[in-house]
Design a protein around this ligand. Structure first.
Ligand SMILES: [Zn+2]
Length: 102
């Protein structure tokens, strides 16, 4: 979905309509399971060898399986006022696969 980079909207601090810059808030990257390269390295070092993968070691599925789970995520936007530089957060997010600021 394409969104404009700036938008005229009401600023509760200036108490009037001003130009607002739209900022997309990115979620911090979570540290997940090991990547395939590090699994191979761990095996060379003698880790994760034996029976079972202990919820950690082993090969990974070739393609991600999407069964029933949603593909889209809710948006997380912030609006920065160009006059007072204060930020307001989006009241309610909407679902979109991809957000593009044009
Ligand atoms: Zn303002």
């Amino acid at each position: 979905m394409k969104l404009p980079k700036a938008k005229r909207m009401y600023c509760k601090y200036c108490r009037k309509h001003t130009e607002h810059k739209i900022i997309q808030v990115k979620a911090g990257q979570k540290r997940g399971t090991l990547r395939h390269g590090s699994i191979q390295r761990a095996a060379k070092r003698g880790l994760g060898v034996g029976f079972g993968n202990k919820n950690r070691w082993g090969s990974k599925p070739s393609s991600p399986k999407r069964t029933g789970s949603k593909v889209s995520k809710k948006t997380n936007l912030k609006f920065k006022c160009s006059t007072c530089n204060k930020q307001q957060i989006q009241k309610q997010g909407f679902r979109a696969k991809k957000i593009e600021l044009v």
